[in-house]
Design a protein around this ligand. Structure first.
Ligand code: HEC
Length: 194
Protein backbone atom coordinates (compact mmCIF):
# COMPACT_ATOMS: atom_id res chain seq x y z
CA UNK A 1 0.00 0.00 0.00
CA UNK A 2 1.44 3.37 -0.95
CA UNK A 3 1.85 6.08 1.64
CA UNK A 4 -0.85 7.99 -0.20
CA UNK A 5 -3.33 5.16 0.32
CA UNK A 6 -2.38 4.77 3.97
CA UNK A 7 -3.15 8.41 4.52
CA UNK A 8 -6.44 8.02 2.77
CA UNK A 9 -7.28 5.07 5.01
CA UNK A 10 -6.30 7.02 8.10
CA UNK A 11 -8.48 9.88 6.88
CA UNK A 12 -11.47 7.60 6.37
CA UNK A 13 -11.01 6.04 9.80
CA UNK A 14 -10.70 9.46 11.33
CA UNK A 15 -13.94 10.55 9.71
CA UNK A 16 -15.71 7.42 11.01
CA UNK A 17 -14.44 8.11 14.54
CA UNK A 18 -15.48 11.73 14.35
CA UNK A 19 -19.07 10.95 13.41
CA UNK A 20 -20.26 10.05 16.91
CA UNK A 21 -18.59 13.21 18.19
CA UNK A 22 -20.42 15.31 15.63
CA UNK A 23 -23.70 13.91 16.94
CA UNK A 24 -22.86 15.22 20.40
CA UNK A 25 -24.61 18.43 21.40
CA UNK A 26 -21.54 20.49 22.20
CA UNK A 27 -20.60 20.36 18.53
CA UNK A 28 -24.03 21.50 17.42
CA UNK A 29 -24.01 24.66 19.51
CA UNK A 30 -23.49 27.68 17.26
CA UNK A 31 -20.56 29.99 17.84
CA UNK A 32 -21.41 33.05 19.96
CA UNK A 33 -21.36 35.13 16.75
CA UNK A 34 -23.64 32.72 14.85
CA UNK A 35 -26.08 32.74 17.76
CA UNK A 36 -26.02 36.53 17.78
CA UNK A 37 -27.05 36.50 14.11
CA UNK A 38 -30.16 34.52 15.15
CA UNK A 39 -30.72 36.89 18.07
CA UNK A 40 -30.54 39.88 15.77
CA UNK A 41 -33.05 38.30 13.40
CA UNK A 42 -35.48 38.01 16.32
CA UNK A 43 -34.80 41.59 17.42
CA UNK A 44 -35.76 42.70 13.93
CA UNK A 45 -39.24 41.32 13.98
CA UNK A 46 -39.32 38.09 15.97
CA UNK A 47 -42.66 37.19 17.50
CA UNK A 48 -43.31 38.07 21.12
CA UNK A 49 -43.05 35.25 23.64
CA UNK A 50 -46.64 33.92 24.02
CA UNK A 51 -48.26 35.63 27.00
CA UNK A 52 -45.90 38.60 26.96
CA UNK A 53 -46.23 42.12 25.62
CA UNK A 54 -44.01 45.05 24.66
CA UNK A 55 -42.30 47.08 27.41
CA UNK A 56 -42.79 44.77 30.34
CA UNK A 57 -41.09 45.71 33.59
CA UNK A 58 -37.94 43.94 34.74
CA UNK A 59 -36.71 43.79 38.29
CA UNK A 60 -33.63 46.01 37.99
CA UNK A 61 -32.77 49.43 36.58
CA UNK A 62 -30.72 47.71 33.86
CA UNK A 63 -33.83 45.87 32.72
CA UNK A 64 -36.36 48.53 33.63
CA UNK A 65 -38.25 47.60 30.46
CA UNK A 66 -38.01 44.23 28.75
CA UNK A 67 -39.23 42.65 25.55
CA UNK A 68 -39.31 38.85 25.31
CA UNK A 69 -39.23 37.31 21.85
CA UNK A 70 -39.14 33.73 20.61
CA UNK A 71 -38.47 31.96 17.33
CA UNK A 72 -41.14 29.95 15.48
CA UNK A 73 -40.20 26.63 17.16
CA UNK A 74 -40.57 28.09 20.65
CA UNK A 75 -43.71 30.06 19.79
CA UNK A 76 -45.36 26.90 18.45
CA UNK A 77 -44.38 24.93 21.56
CA UNK A 78 -45.72 27.66 23.87
CA UNK A 79 -48.80 28.53 21.80
CA UNK A 80 -51.02 27.87 24.85
CA UNK A 81 -48.66 29.66 27.23
CA UNK A 82 -45.19 28.93 28.56
CA UNK A 83 -46.80 27.53 31.72
CA UNK A 84 -48.15 24.59 29.64
CA UNK A 85 -44.71 23.47 28.39
CA UNK A 86 -42.58 20.99 30.32
CA UNK A 87 -39.94 20.41 27.62
CA UNK A 88 -39.07 22.74 24.75
CA UNK A 89 -38.09 21.20 21.39
CA UNK A 90 -34.62 21.35 19.83
CA UNK A 91 -33.87 24.71 18.28
CA UNK A 92 -36.16 26.72 20.58
CA UNK A 93 -34.72 30.22 20.97
CA UNK A 94 -35.81 32.92 23.40
CA UNK A 95 -34.41 36.38 23.79
CA UNK A 96 -34.97 39.06 26.40
CA UNK A 97 -34.14 42.60 25.33
CA UNK A 98 -33.25 44.73 28.34
CA UNK A 99 -33.84 48.48 28.18
CA UNK A 100 -33.10 51.25 30.65
CA UNK A 101 -35.71 53.73 31.93
CA UNK A 102 -35.30 55.80 28.72
CA UNK A 103 -36.06 52.74 26.58
CA UNK A 104 -32.44 52.52 25.42
CA UNK A 105 -31.41 48.93 24.71
CA UNK A 106 -28.64 47.87 27.11
CA UNK A 107 -28.24 44.10 26.75
CA UNK A 108 -29.87 41.09 25.13
CA UNK A 109 -29.97 37.69 26.85
CA UNK A 110 -30.70 34.51 24.94
CA UNK A 111 -31.31 30.83 25.50
CA UNK A 112 -31.12 28.23 22.74
CA UNK A 113 -32.12 24.57 23.17
CA UNK A 114 -29.41 22.23 21.87
CA UNK A 115 -30.08 18.59 22.82
CA UNK A 116 -27.03 17.02 24.45
CA UNK A 117 -25.38 20.39 25.16
CA UNK A 118 -25.87 20.38 28.94
CA UNK A 119 -28.06 17.45 29.93
CA UNK A 120 -27.97 18.21 33.66
CA UNK A 121 -29.39 21.69 33.00
CA UNK A 122 -31.98 21.03 30.30
CA UNK A 123 -29.63 21.64 27.37
CA UNK A 124 -29.85 25.41 27.10
CA UNK A 125 -27.02 27.46 25.63
CA UNK A 126 -27.17 30.68 27.67
CA UNK A 127 -25.82 33.92 26.24
CA UNK A 128 -25.73 37.64 26.93
CA UNK A 129 -24.73 40.33 24.44
CA UNK A 130 -24.28 44.06 24.21
CA UNK A 131 -26.56 45.58 21.53
CA UNK A 132 -23.63 45.63 19.06
CA UNK A 133 -23.10 41.88 19.46
CA UNK A 134 -20.20 42.01 21.92
CA UNK A 135 -20.34 38.79 23.96
CA UNK A 136 -20.83 39.26 27.71
CA UNK A 137 -21.40 35.58 28.55
CA UNK A 138 -21.90 32.43 26.52
CA UNK A 139 -22.34 28.72 27.14
CA UNK A 140 -23.21 26.81 30.30
CA UNK A 141 -23.34 30.03 32.30
CA UNK A 142 -23.91 28.96 35.90
CA UNK A 143 -25.21 32.32 37.13
CA UNK A 144 -28.00 32.22 34.53
CA UNK A 145 -28.71 28.52 34.97
CA UNK A 146 -28.97 28.55 38.73
CA UNK A 147 -31.66 31.22 38.71
CA UNK A 148 -33.55 29.81 35.72
CA UNK A 149 -33.53 26.42 37.47
CA UNK A 150 -36.19 27.93 39.76
CA UNK A 151 -38.52 27.49 36.76
CA UNK A 152 -37.98 23.73 36.67
CA UNK A 153 -41.59 22.89 35.74
CA UNK A 154 -41.44 25.01 32.60
CA UNK A 155 -38.04 23.71 31.45
CA UNK A 156 -35.99 26.56 32.99
CA UNK A 157 -37.96 29.31 31.21
CA UNK A 158 -40.07 31.81 33.12
CA UNK A 159 -43.61 32.52 31.98
CA UNK A 160 -43.90 36.29 31.57
CA UNK A 161 -45.14 38.13 34.61
CA UNK A 162 -43.20 36.01 37.10
CA UNK A 163 -42.14 38.18 40.02
CA UNK A 164 -39.13 36.82 41.88
CA UNK A 165 -38.74 38.18 45.41
CA UNK A 166 -36.30 41.09 45.65
CA UNK A 167 -34.04 39.05 47.95
CA UNK A 168 -33.65 36.43 45.19
CA UNK A 169 -32.82 39.05 42.58
CA UNK A 170 -30.26 40.63 44.92
CA UNK A 171 -28.69 37.25 45.65
CA UNK A 172 -27.95 36.73 41.95
CA UNK A 173 -27.19 40.35 41.08
CA UNK A 174 -25.51 41.74 44.20
CA UNK A 175 -25.21 45.51 44.28
CA UNK A 176 -27.49 46.15 41.30
CA UNK A 177 -30.20 48.78 41.66
CA UNK A 178 -33.72 47.39 41.88
CA UNK A 179 -36.37 49.18 39.84
CA UNK A 180 -38.71 51.27 42.04
CA UNK A 181 -41.57 50.18 39.77
CA UNK A 182 -40.76 46.54 40.53
CA UNK A 183 -40.68 47.23 44.27
CA UNK A 184 -44.06 48.96 44.05
CA UNK A 185 -45.49 46.13 41.99
CA UNK A 186 -44.36 43.50 44.51
CA UNK A 187 -45.74 45.56 47.40
CA UNK A 188 -49.05 45.84 45.55
CA UNK A 189 -49.16 42.07 44.97
CA UNK A 190 -48.36 41.42 48.61
CA UNK A 191 -51.06 43.82 49.84
CA UNK A 192 -54.24 42.16 51.11
CA UNK A 193 -57.02 42.29 48.52
CA UNK A 194 -60.08 44.15 49.78
C1 HEC B 1 -32.16 36.35 39.35
C2 HEC B 1 -32.62 35.36 38.42
C3 HEC B 1 -32.17 35.41 36.97
C4 HEC B 1 -30.90 35.37 36.47
C5 HEC B 1 -29.58 35.34 37.22
C6 HEC B 1 -31.05 35.38 35.02
N1 HEC B 1 -32.36 35.39 34.67
FE1 HEC B 1 -33.13 35.28 32.79
N2 HEC B 1 -35.00 35.63 33.54
C7 HEC B 1 -35.34 35.69 34.87
C8 HEC B 1 -36.77 35.95 35.00
C9 HEC B 1 -37.55 36.08 36.31
C10 HEC B 1 -37.29 36.04 33.70
C11 HEC B 1 -38.76 36.30 33.31
C12 HEC B 1 -39.13 37.71 33.44
C13 HEC B 1 -38.89 38.49 32.23
O1 HEC B 1 -39.06 37.94 31.12
O2 HEC B 1 -38.55 39.68 32.35
C14 HEC B 1 -36.15 35.82 32.80
C15 HEC B 1 -36.25 35.81 31.43
C16 HEC B 1 -35.22 35.42 30.58
C17 HEC B 1 -35.38 35.16 29.18
C18 HEC B 1 -36.69 35.22 28.39
C19 HEC B 1 -37.34 33.84 28.43
C20 HEC B 1 -37.95 33.51 29.77
O3 HEC B 1 -37.47 32.58 30.46
O4 HEC B 1 -38.93 34.18 30.14
C21 HEC B 1 -34.15 34.82 28.70
C22 HEC B 1 -33.80 34.46 27.28
C23 HEC B 1 -33.21 34.87 29.81
N3 HEC B 1 -33.91 35.23 30.95
C24 HEC B 1 -31.86 34.57 29.72
C25 HEC B 1 -30.96 34.71 30.79
C26 HEC B 1 -29.52 34.61 30.64
C27 HEC B 1 -28.79 34.26 29.36
C28 HEC B 1 -28.98 34.86 31.87
C29 HEC B 1 -27.53 34.93 32.26
C30 HEC B 1 -26.69 35.85 31.52
C31 HEC B 1 -30.10 35.10 32.79
N4 HEC B 1 -31.27 35.00 32.08
C32 HEC B 1 -29.97 35.35 34.14
C33 HEC B 1 -34.48 35.52 35.92
C34 HEC B 1 -33.10 35.44 35.82
Amino acid sequence: MSIYNKNRLAGALGAALLLPLAACGADKAPTPQALFAQVRALENGGALLPGSHLWMHGSRMVDYYTIDRANAIAVRAAAHGVHTVTRFPAGSLYIKENFDIHKVLKTVTAMLKVPGYDRADRDWVMAAYKPNGQVIAYGRVQSCISCHAIAKKTDFTFPSGVNLPIATVQKFFPGQAISPFYRAQLAHLAAPKG
